[in-house]
Design a protein around this ligand. Structure first.
Ligand code: ATP
Ligand code: MG
Length: 391
């Protein structure tokens, strides 16, 4: 019987978190495997077992598991029944011997884990017993330091699993374990990466995009929809808020000195985003800011922008440079969409010389001339909602 065995980091599993962690992981996997025919997914002590089905390729399993945060590594494994009363390992030894016979290798090692400590042989006993059997039967040698082949054995209560290759999972924490955050998402390179990094730490991400209609085409929105569709493969369900921002920008342009426009735009975005985030019970706002990358991301301007919301602003890319962010975007597959040409609303009415050092008192003084609550309300009233699901 073939299964996939999935492992996670024990570090996140202290105390009462453990049950919650496992429950979220299994819940996520069940959703991720919807439509594949695989429906037997269980939390066992210290690992998750997915019982495979005839007709479902290993590639399908891999692709779903590789996008499930919380999984550190996983393997295709075969089971052999064992018994505490009669801890004879001949059947297990023979099954392994047959499976490794066609493989080309000279040296090997065993790594056994005993999940049920009541089994009367220790992990080391089992390593030695199987190792000796395989040496004798195959003529291959044991090499603990740098073997060609590593055979993993996991002893559960009445079944032993063995696997010949461990594959890396994405790591991180299971979706939803860290609550919900709202990510201000442009069609650019940075914010989709910021969203991904929060997802990886167990957050459910809600997306908020400000568009420039009626002054700009739909291009940035279409890009954001593509990006959200792509990122939904990690969290399986997403919500996208599309907020009309063109009129708000126009109002700012008419009344504010050009150098301060960008910071004023951002502060308006924060007000609207916070209202939407509260609707979603999100505990933080996420941006793709990276320190010093553009005028709105200088220390002074970031501080003035951060004064607006009550919610914390999370900036997972703050210490990364463009090169690092770009590489990550390529890895997660958002880069190609992000670099498609568009007209982001931020390119609308951008002054030639934006201020890099705005001061809070100055900005607040300018804002007194605006009817801010009405502008926020206009944005909220015009907001469209889209829901995404994978698969
Ligand atoms: P990005 O690549 O994410 O667009 P950027 O380097 O172009 O970032 P800015 O355009 O100054 O930098 O945007 C900084 C952050 O502000 C973005 O990462 C995003 O979180 C938010 N933001 C900017 N424009 C929008 C928008 N139109 N809708 C939603 N959020 C936005
Ligand atoms: Mg941008």
């Amino acid at each position: 019987m073939h299964v996939a065995l999935l492992h996670y980091h024990e570090i996140a599993l202290k105390g009462r978190n453990r049950g919650f962690f496992e429950q979220r992981l299994v819940h996520h996997l069940r959703s991720a495997f919807r439509g594949t025919g695989i429906d037997q997914i269980e939390a066992l002590p210290g690992r998750v077992r997915i019982t495979l089905k005839e007709g479902v390729s290993w590639e399908t399993v891999q692709s779903r598991v590789q996008r499930t945060f919380g999984v550190v590594n996983f393997s295709l494994a075969k089971g052999v029944p064992i018994s505490r009363k009669d801890p004879n390992l001949t059947a297990l030894c023979e099954a392994i011997r047959k499976d490794i016979a066609p493989l080309s290798f000279q040296t090997f090692r065993l790594t056994t884990k005993r999940a049920d400590k009541r089994f009367p042989k220790t992990s080391l006993d089992v390593d030695r017993e199987i190792g000796a059997h395989l040496c004798q039967q195959t003529g291959k040698r044991v090499n603990l330091g740098n073997p060609d082949l590593t055979i993993h054995v996991e002893l559960l209560t009445d079944i032993a699993y063995y696997s010949l290759e461990k594959e890396r999972g994405p790591g991180g924490l299971p979706t939803g374990i860290s609550g919900t955050v709202a990510c201000l998402t442009s069609g650019g390179i940075d914010s989709p990466v910021a969203a991904y990094r929060m997802m990886k730490r167990g957050c459910k991400v809600v997306f908020i995009h400000f568009h420039g209609r009626p002054y700009l085409s739909r291009a940035s929105e279409e890009k954001v929809k593509d990006l959200v569709t792509h990122l939904t493969r990690y969290q399986l369900r997403s919500r996208l808020y599309l907020v009309p921002f063109g009129n708000i920008q126009r109002a700012i342009v008419l009344d504010a000195p050009p150098p301060f426009r960008v910071v004023l735009y951002r502060r308006m975005m924060m007000r609207i985003a916070e209202t939407l985030a509260n609707r979603e019970h999100a505990w933080g706002l996420v941006t793709g800011d990276s320190l010093g990358q553009v005028a709105s991301q200088t220390p002074e301007n970031l501080q003035v922008i951060s004064e607006v919301p009550q919610l914390p602003i999370l900036r997972p890319l703050i210490g990364m440079d463009k090169q690092e962010i770009t590489e990550q975007a390529q890895q997660i597959g958002t880069f190609e969409t992000s670099i498609e040409p568009d007209q982001d609303c931020c390119t609308l009415f951008v002054p030639p010389h934006p201020s890099t050092k705005s001061r809070l008192d100055e900005i607040e003084h300018i804002e007194q001339t605006f009817a801010i609550p009405g502008m926020v309300q206009e944005g909220i009233d015009g907001t469209e909602v889209m829901d995404f699901q994978f698969p």
